[in-house]
Design a protein around this ligand. Structure first.
Ligand code: ADP
Ligand code: MG
Length: 276
């Protein structure tokens, strides 16, 4: 499915850029019976292999639209997206997409839910089973393999959804507000685990969030989109000079002086107004 799902780019690209995402001059118009809506305008962005980038912006600025385009679900009106050397024209097993809702099937066990994507893609189920167990265990769900989703909390359910996404071994992982349905403590707890698992796998990650703190603490670069039509307003590389060795965990980041500095900058960039 990979080969036909993606068209080869005419230019030669080296193998180590395989997981790079290149978004080139992407615009998107929605057509409704009443109007034409320009949702995204001339977006160009490169995400390097293994890099974590977050997209932030006000509700309705086109974050989910852009993620759907990268996922190959929505063709752009103009522009192109590449993952490695291949142009994205359809959904592909190389691109994992995790949404706000966990979409677990209540009648399937946790293990069978985690295997769902691999099953749909016709993967080698022995390999998939090993991977599913590995990720469920890493996410602290080793004791729940034979249980049903109703036994789990919201945070645990999202971790099953993450394990399911990773079981299919995509090169690129797209996360659309994956924690927004969770309470704030659970979000903090899950962020560390999720970042840990994704970094260990070396995935290239795009995280959509409207939570500035989540963006700063979880990703290497924050991209701010303007109000509709979504354009790239600014980009902010996130560094922590106060921690000279290694990268602090999302939880630790929130205690650092750089966190407040980035928070204030991004707050101004987002230009948040309370309506009414
Ligand atoms: P975000 O994820 O940043 O909240 P979306 O990408 O969901 O924003 O939507 C961007 C804009 O496009 C919004 O104004 C939304 O109303 C509009 N939009 C989204 N999907 C459709 C659609 N299927 N038809 C028409 N307009 C849409
Ligand atoms: Mg959205």
């Amino acid at each position: 499915m990979t080969a036909e799902a993606l068209e080869t780019c005419p230019t030669t690209r080296s193998a180590h850029t395989e997981n790079r995402i290149e978004i080139s001059h992407v615009s998107l118009r929605y057509f409704t019976p009443q109007a034409e809506i320009l949702a995204l305008s001339d977006i160009s962005l490169t995400v390097e292999p293994g890099e974590f980038v977050s997209l932030i912006g006000q509700s309705g600025c086109g974050k989910s639209t852009l993620l759907s385009i990268i996922a190959g679900i929505l063709p752009p009106s103009e522009g192109k997206v590449y993952v490695g050397a291949q142009q994205v024209t359809k959904p592909s097993p190389r691109i994992g997409y995790m949404l706000q809702q966990d979409y677990l099937y209540e009648w399937r066990t946790i293990m069978d839910n985690a295997l769902l994507g691999a099953q749909i893609q016709g993967r080698d189920m022995k390999v998939a089973r090993d991977r599913a167990v590995h990720f469920l265990e890493k996410c602290g769900l080793g004791r729940f393999l034979d249980q049903y989703p109703k036994a789990l909390s919201g945070g645990m359910r999202q971790r099953v959804a993450l394990a399911r996404t990773l079981t299919t071994d995509p090169d690129v992982v797209l996360l659309d507000e994956p924690f927004s349905a969770l309470d704030s403590q659970t979000r903090l707890a899950i962020a560390d685990e999720v970042v840990d698992v994704l970094r260990a796998e070396g995935k290239t990650v795009v995280l959509v969030t409207h939570d500035i703190g989540e963006a700063i603490s979880m990703t290497d670069r924050v991209v701010v989109l303007s109000r509709r039509p979504g354009r790239i307003k600014s980009e902010h590389a996130i560094h922590f000079p106060s921690v000279p060795s290694g990268r602090p965990t999302p939880f630790e980041v929130r205690t650092l002086p750089e966190f407040n500095m980035y928070f204030n900058t991004l707050w101004d960039e987002l230009d948040v107004h309370v309506e009414g």
